[in-house]
Design a protein around this ligand. Structure first.
Ligand code: COA
Length: 433
């Protein structure tokens, strides 16, 4: 069938698509900026009018204004967060919205456990002459979830860059399409503070030319990139494509020529950043957007030599258990791909994973290195997986160290004002004499 004819047959308004939602439908969308705009808004309007009940939206990241995160309609249209960021944080913390514990590499596998998806909806680029839409800045779970869903609704937005990779869907696989032009969310380049810069410099010293890198969310990864401009033949294999990676590619530090897999290409599962980044990614043949169950698979990551992973955390206890997603029992974020990349780097020949944090929080009133994790804290990276912990006071290499050796190394990179107390607690816990 001619794709243009199929397109015309399946073209609908957002309201017509929303009218196809039934009570209790399970809806899923791509991670982050693949979240459609007009379709959820039209569904929320139906929820406000009481026309639908018990519809649930699932996603890795709620892009504002996220109409499903609204207590006034939560009986009718609610949200399950798979990686909580600012727009849904208060709703999850108050119990209005639920969250899904998972490793990002296993998102699709978790859906296999959870059960069917009624609707997959997403932003896509305009259709090409062959009948394909691109999910653009996100590959992650798009093709897998679209294939599992009973109905696929697409929102064609000409502002979505056409990024190359395994992120396409054919009009024949789509239930209905609407057209809606809206700005694609951009986020400011993360501010790099003085402590971040110190930490970035420490980590950069550990990254050899020829390494393959992954950077996570936050100021530290951006700071690391600043110190890598003179390296040679770096490779990129990352869940999140970051602003600093554009700088490294433009500076010639990244060639991807030493990568055992995907040689010559920078691989990512999704991107989030500035318009400059989106323009850089658009139609760039050296970029390959790939599904997250490939990118974050520890056994894929482990095939690269010298794989370097850099992520952030909220607190660490004296045996090296890392919490990156809650402050005590207060939910804050998600595991995302942290453990995936830590495990992958552990498999990699010459691989290293760095988990970084400032040594203190709240104007130096709290040490983020603690004798035990704050009660209720979620362990994101376990003691058997953790490799390097970094603060502005140095690097503690934990893998291969005993509990007592770990406590000593971690106390050595704690803020000096907390070291005596930590030493006392370590002795009380019989980690040392
Ligand atoms: N106790 C109390 N408060 C703490 C704290 C602690 N141990 N650690 C941090 N905080 C507070 C900070 O003071 C800050 O508060 P503010 O917003 O009022 O200033 C807030 O919590 C955020 O901390 P910060 O260190 O600035 O967070 P960040 O923006 O650098 O993000 C993570 C750090 C861990 C939340 C983020 O990296 C994340 O979401 N990680 C998830 C797992 C991951 O790494 N996935 C892989 C990459 S996607």
């Amino acid at each position: 069938m001619n794709p243009d004819i199929l397109y015309r047959e399946r073209l609908a308004s957002p309201e017509e698509i929303a009218a196809r939602i039934r009570d209790g439908y399970v809806c899923a969308c791509p991670s982050c900026i693949g979240q459609p705009t007009a379709i959820p808004e039209a569904i929320a309007k139906r929820a406000e009018r009481g026309e639908i009940h018990g519809v649930i939206h699932h996603s890795i990241f709620a892009v504002p204004p996220a109409p499903f995160v609204n207590p006034a309609i939560s009986e009718n249209y609610s949200y399950v967060s798979w990686f909580t960021q600012a727009s849904a944080r208060k709703a999850v913390q108050s119990g209005q919205c639920d969250y899904m514990p998972c490793n990002y590499s296993e998102e699709v596998a978790v859906w296999d456990q959870r059960g069917p998806i009624d609707v997959f909806y997403a932003i896509v680029t305009p259709m090409d002459k062959h009948g394909y839409f691109s999910f653009g800045l996100v590959a992650s779970e798009c093709c897998d979830l679209a294939a599992r869903a009973k109905y696929v609704f697409l929102e064609v937005n000409p502002n979505m860059p056409r990024v190359l990779g395994s992120n396409i869907i054919h009009i024949s696989e789509v239930t209905a399409v609407c057209e809606y032009t809206s700005p694609i969310l951009t986020v400011p380049i993360p501010a790099v503070g003085e402590k971040d810069r110190t930490i970035g410099g420490l980590i950069a010293e550990e990254i050899p030319s020829g390494a393959t890198i992954q950077f996570g969310i936050g100021g530290v990864p951006g700071a690391v990139a600043e110190f890598l401009m003179d390296k040679k033949d770096l490779g990129i294999h990352t869940e999140l494509f970051t602003e600093g990676m554009v700088d490294l590619i433009e500076a010639g530090a990244v060639t991807n020529r030493k990568k055992r897999l995907d040689n010559g290409k920078s691989v990512a599962a999704f991107a989030l950043g500035s318009q400059r980044m989106y323009d850089f990614l658009d139609d760039n043949p050296a970029i390959d957007m790939r599904p997250v169950n490939y990118v974050n698979n520890p056994y894929i990551i482990g095939q690269f030599d010298n794989f370097i992973s850099v992520n952030a955390c909220l607190e660490v206890d004296l045996i090296g258990q890392v919490c990156s997603e809650s402050i005590g029992s207060l939910h804050f974020s998600g595991t995302g791909g942290q453990l995936d990349f830590v495990r992958g780097a552990n498999i990699s020949n010459g691989g290293k994973s760095f988990i970084a944090m400032n040594s203190t929080a709240k104007n130096d009133s709290i040490s983020k290195i603690k004798p035990i994790l704050t009660p209720g804290a979620a362990v994101s990276t376990g003691k058997n997986d953790v490799d390097y912990i970094v603060t502005e006071y140095g690097i503690a290499h934990l893998r291969g160290k005993t509990a007592g050796e770990r406590a000593k190394a971690l106390i050595g990179i704690a803020h000096p004002k907390f070291r005596d107390q930590l030493l006392y607690e370590a002795r009380q816990m019989h980690l040392m004499v």
